[in-house]
Design a protein around this ligand. Structure first.
Ligand code: ADP
Length: 261
């Protein structure tokens, strides 16, 4: 287990310089199903961390907790030195602005143009001027290779293009951390590479922190600073990708990787 796994949880976030995300003793249950079991882990600012492990091991639940789409039953979650859970609603809203997420199913607004999909939240949530939001949206569409699609509707785009718009939309909020939840698993195989290339580019050219759930192991190997192997709601092993993919210590990790690689 890596040394940055929390062994002795501290509640004062100032004692953890450089850390952007910290989960301490987080437990999440759905009925009798304990999905996360006293989970501790942290992510350093600017790092790219990938969560791997079998389906149902709790990876997506972690991203949903950070997005406040669900709440833990126990434990604390801290983002950028501020507690996200438990916390007053106003504090939660402030922290949420620092977090962007891209979902499996794009979740674009179907009745809005691509440009409007991207400018909507910066204007309404951040109070950005329409001109500034549009200028930034055009830059981001350029970054994801869709500069010519400003006026298109989502239904006129392929799944891969829609997902690239969703990535641009998340980045438009200037988040400190980007959560990626199996962003290519709903795509036709021939569209996967284009989306992963965009994400590789973002990982390389920005200082954004990434927390990523993926079954694309080559992608995970390319972009990750650290890979965490989950099983039954616990991190059973973690380390840099070259170690995790070449010399995993745990039998469970070896079994999982031999099934997916
Ligand atoms: P993973 O991302 O590793 O596939 P998830 O975090 O999606 O795993 O799910 C972990 C477990 O939690 C699964 O057993 C899943 O069925 C259960 N689960 C997730 N969301 C809910 C929910 N809203 N209600 C009930 N059970 C859920």
């Amino acid at each position: 287990m890596s040394t940055d796994t929390v062994k002795n949880p501290e509640t004062n976030p100032e004692k953890h310089p450089g850390e952007l995300i910290r989960l301490e003793q987080v437990t999440k249950r759905f009925g009798d199903n304990t999905v996360l079991d006293h989970l501790d882990f942290s992510v350093q600012a600017g790092k790219h961390v990938t969560l791997i492990g079998p389906s149902g091991s709790g990876k997506t639940t972690i991203l949903r907790l950070l997005m406040t789409l669900t709440k833990p039953d126990e434990g604390t979650i801290t983002v950028d030195g501020q507690q996200l859970f438990p916390a007053p609603e106003k504090q939660v809203r402030e922290i949420r602005k620092k977090i962007g997420m891209v979902f499996q199913q794009f979740n674009l607004f179907p009745n809005m143009t691509v440009l409007k999909n991207i400018t909507e939240a910066p204007v309404t949530v951040l109070g950005m001027s329409k001109d500034e939001a549009e200028e930034r949206a055009r830059d981001l569409l350029d970054l994801v290779g869709l500069a010519d699609k400003c006026d298109a509707r989502p239904t006129q785009l392929s799944g891969g293009q829609q997902q690239r718009v969703a990535i641009a939309r998340a980045l438009a909020m200037r988040p400190q951390v980007l959560l990626l939840d199996e962003v290519t698993s709903a795509l036709d195989p021939e569209l996967v590479a284009g989306v992963l290339d965009v994400l590789r580019d973002i990982a390389r050219s920005t200082d954004i922190t990434m927390l990523c759930v993926t079954h694309e192991m080559n992608f995970a190997r390319d972009i990750s600073d650290q890979v965490l192997m989950f099983d039954s709601g616990r991190v059973i092993e973690s380390g840099p990708p070259e170690q995790m993919f070449s010399e995993p210590e745990q039998d469970r990790t070896r079994e999982f990787l031999s099934a997916v690689l």
